[in-house]
Design a protein around this ligand. Structure first.
Ligand code: S3P
Length: 436
């Protein structure tokens, strides 16, 4: 993919449905036995298509017309072949939780990247619940899940801030023999909780003090049945993020993103952009299937960052986890640059995102220092077009594309077609708002 510098971005856009919510909607709809659930604005991402394909292998009926899907569950059936989760960590970790509570054996596999990602984080709690999950080598997929019905209800303190692990345990809890509780020190995205409530499951979230720290506990009583209910998926704020940052970086830009998901566990980006000097406004907030949505407008140009805003660390990191690559690009243009710490999780995403961003930004002429848990980017610097590499990671490809818009001269991104993992329309939509 070759990208030319842009003068500004202008117009109105709608991004496809949220990937995290689409996975969950499909999995939960499949649990509504003998009832049809219609999900509108389902994500167009390859990741969510992998979830649908796995469900079909489990005997779930799925029909799809454009972005509307209809799912009719009939109880999950033993699949004849391993389930292929593709590139999708969410598919593998959430499905492992769901299948752990079914008394049969399933193999979950995925592409080369997914087979290198850590799975101990789901193997451990599922073993405590009485399922047997074995990994191929170390804690890597393929995973063989020997389910058990019912599972033992547990109280589990998350060792890593991960919505996937939280969701894995809660989905397993649907088939447990009592109250399953997850304790989070750092709140992570709560789409599982919200959507379970939408499907009639009483999920309780409470704040308490534990060992001197404020924690959040999320619990539900098993066994629980879901009640079929149609739903509509908000636009994916993590996809919108690339456009919002592009608009902020290019003076004269004016971009409106319509019907974007504004769940407070996902909007840290908007707050962070504001403190870093961007002009971001949220308009017309409303609710859809238990999730807030609204329009987000960004006008181009950056004011000076607020004091202390150039360092992102601690509790904000979980809320920004998927936006950190694009924030690295913004960092190159900030007075005072940008430092990101406490983000070691970036090293175990679809690729090592710390390394990949450091390499790409250096190729563009930025000065980057890498740490085990983050990076420091000097700013502001004029970037120069370069040969960049997606490293097989959709968010790295899109972050590179935005960096290329603000660089001097042409850039080329190797392997950019991996954007399809979350956002197949990315380059087409970008072309509709870019002015050169
Ligand atoms: C996701 C949770 C996050 C995020 C991923 C989607 C989810 O992963 O990075 O893109 O849908 O629950 P972790 O749970 O590993 O932090």
């Amino acid at each position: 993919m070759r990208i030319q510098p842009a003068r500004r971005v202008r117009g109105e856009l709608r991004v496809p449905g949220d990937k995290s919510i689409s996975h969950r909607a499909a999995l939960m709809a499949a649990l509504c036995v003998d009832e049809r659930v219609r999900v509108e604005n389902f994500a167009t991402s390859a990741d969510c298509a992998a979830t649908l394909a796995c469900l079909q292998q489990l005997g779930v009926s799925v029909t799809r017309r454009a972005t509307t899907i209809e799912i009719t569950g009939a109880g999950l059936r033993v699949p004849v072949t391993p389930l292929d989760c593709g590139n999708s960590g969410t598919t593998m970790r959430l499905l492992a939780g769901l299948l752990a509570g079914h008394a049969f054996t399933t193999t979950l596999t995925g592409d080369e990247s997914l087979r290198t990602r850590p799975m101990r984080r789901v193997i451990e709690p599922l073993a405590l619940m009485g399922a047997q999950v074995t990994a191929h080598v170390g804690d890597r997929a393929p995973l063989v899940v020997v389910g058990r019905q019912p599972l033992r209800a547990i109280s589990y303190a998350l060792p890593v801030a991960s919505a996937q692990v939280k969701s894995c345990v809660l989905l397993a809890g649907l088939n447990a023999d009592g109250r399953t509780e997850v304790i989070e020190r750092t709140p992570t995205r709560d789409h599982t909780e919200r959507l379970l409530r939408w499907f009639g499951v009483a999920v309780e979230t409470t704040q308490k003090e534990l060992g001197g720290a404020d924690v959040q506990t999320i619990s539900l009583a098993g066994p629980a049945r879901l009640a079929a209910r149609d739903c509509i998926v908000p636009g994916d704020i993590s996809s919108a993020a690339f456009f919002l940052v592009a608009a902020a970086l290019l003076p004269g830009s004016d971009l409106i993103m319509r019907t974007v998901g504004l769940n407070p566990t996902r909007t840290q980006l908007l707050a962070t952009l504001g403190t870093l000097g961007a002009d971001v406004r949220v308009e017309d907030v409303r609710e859809q299937a238990n999730e807030p949505v609204g329009d987000v407008r960004v006008r181009g140009g950056l004011a000076s960052p607020r004091a202390g805003a150039n360092v992102l660390r601690g509790s904000v990191i979980a809320g920004l986890i998927d936006e950190l690559p694009i924030l690295c690009v913004l960092g190159t243009q900030l007075a005072g640059g940008l430092t990101i710490r406490d983000a070691g999780e970036l090293r175990v995403k679809e690729t090592d995102r710390i390394r990949a961003m450091a390499l790409n930004l250096r190729a563009l002429g930025a000065e980057v220092e890498e740490y085990e848990d983050g990076l420091s980017i000097a700013g502001p610097v004029q970037l120069t077009g370069a040969r960049l590499a997606a490293h097989g990671d959709h968010r790295i490809a899109m972050a590179c594309a935005v960096a290329a818009l603000i660089a001097r001269g042409e850039s080329e991104i190797a392997g950019a077609d991996c954007v399809a993992v979350s956002f197949p329309e990315f380059f087409t939509l970008l072309a509709t708002v870019v002015e050169s």
